[in-house]
Design a protein around this ligand. Structure first.
Ligand code: GLU
Length: 376
């Protein structure tokens, strides 16, 4: 076992397994053998005291199969209808498979709104921890039938990254239908090589990941690498591996070299900052000068009015807003203490002048450091 794998697996007991549609489905819809095999493996480890949360795709694929559709569905209503047909079937398969091991499953269907609202986020966290306490295996999917474009996670890789944050998982195992991340698209004509360890997600690593999904999945390798970037930023390691391989989970959990391991970033974000950086959608931009940029990046400071050059967008107190430098490069994202029209009036001014201009000074900072996730 390599040193990296050993140190990551030591003490890893909360495991988030994401199972992609490409793993769960075969020629004839849901592949029961594969699902039962994965469930058998999870059950063995559950008995040893590991806690699993599953993010499972397969609702749309299962619904499509039930209706006899073979071409990828194009419109949102069609996908939503297929998910409505398939989700129950998917859960029945899991429930039967885990039932054979005496384990109970629970279904949780989420939309993006459930996680961008802090109260709901905390409630979901409590539900999940109660299920875990009860020894139940939560199975999460996107609530596809009600999600609309703007509130969709987009793909279950993103959903898995968010869930890893909520559950504070020790590792995200992303099971797909390839061995892992290759240095170039393995379906292309040129020879490709499996990357077994990623210490940092560089531009080359991102470029190596093709965005093209196969017929059933949504995200392709690109969204898996983006998900890996999110969880590793939160301090959680991630492994992308082949979900159809016999014994894959025990291979991973016993530290055998398989798939691609992404090491957690050394300076990881705390839970709240992760939520700001990756869950919330930015409502506008604040252009900052080089002094403010330096203060934020290199000195861990808050954003004050004096460093602000310009405001873009119409946002309110508490909204997430991106701070960009003069070239428009994103520096940080944070929750603002002032609305956009007020920031426009006090931009470039010293903190001591805020009250004089606005008639009130609830805060010194435009974005307090505690509510800011720095991206550079
Ligand atoms: N939520 C979708 C489903 O269950 C899958 C999304 C994805 O493949 O990423 O069918």
């Amino acid at each position: 076992m390599s040193e990296e794998r050993a140190s990551i697996l030591k003490g890893a007991k909360r495991i988030l397994v994401k199972i992609g549609s490409g793993v769960l489905t075969g020629q004839d819809g849901l592949d029961l053998d594969i699902i039962e095999h994965l469930v058998d493996e999870i059950s063995v480890y559950s008995r040893k005291g590991f806690h699993f949360v599953i993010v499972s795709s397969g609702a749309i694929a299962s619904g499509m199969n039930r209706m006899g559709f073979t071409e990828k569905l194009k419109s949102l209503p069609q996908k939503q209808a297929a998910a409505a047909i398939g989700q129950g079937r998917l859960m029945r398969v899991y429930s039967n498979a885990f039932g054979r091991h005496g384990l109970v499953t629970a279904q949780i269907l989420l939309t993006m709104n459930d996680l961008t609202d802090r109260q709901r986020f905390l409630n979901i966290r409590n539900t999940l921890s109660t299920l875990t306490e009860w020894g139940v295996v939560p199975i999460i999917n996107e609530n596809d039938s009600v999600s609309v474009d703007e509130i969709k996670f987009g793909d279950n890789d993103n959903l898995a990254a968010m869930t890893a944050n909520i559950t504070e998982a020790n590792i995200l195992i992303n099971l797909t239908n390839t061995e892992g991340l290759y240095d170039r698209d393995p379906r292309g004509p040129e020879k490709s090589r499996l990357i077994s360890l990623v210490t940092e997600i560089t531009a080359e690593i991102e470029a190596a990941a093709s965005s093209e999904p196969d017929t059933v999945g949504m995200g392709g390798m690109k969204s898996k690498v983006i998900a890996a970037r999110k969880v590793t930023a939160f301090g959680i390691p991630c492994i992308i591996a082949h979900g159809k391989k016999t014994g894959i989970l025990s291979d991973i959990l016993s530290g055998r070299e398989t798939g691609t391991l992404f090491l957690p970033m050394a300076q990881h974000l705390k839970s709240k900052k992760f939520w700001i950086a990756f869950t919330l959608r930015s409502r506008g931009k604040i252009f900052i000068d080089s002094g403010a940029k330096d203060a934020i990046i290199n000195h861990g400071r808050s954003l004050l009015p004096s460093g602000i050059i310009r405001v873009e967008g119409d946002f309110h107190v508490g909204d997430p807003v991106t701070c960009v430098d003069v070239n428009g490069v994103s520096i940080a994202k944070g929750l603002v203490n002032y609305r956009s029209s007020d920031i426009d009036r006090i931009k470039g001014l010293k903190t001591s002048r805020i009250e004089q201009v606005l008639g009130d000074k609830p805060y010194d900072e435009i974005i307090h450091r505690d509510n800011m996730a720095v991206s550079k």
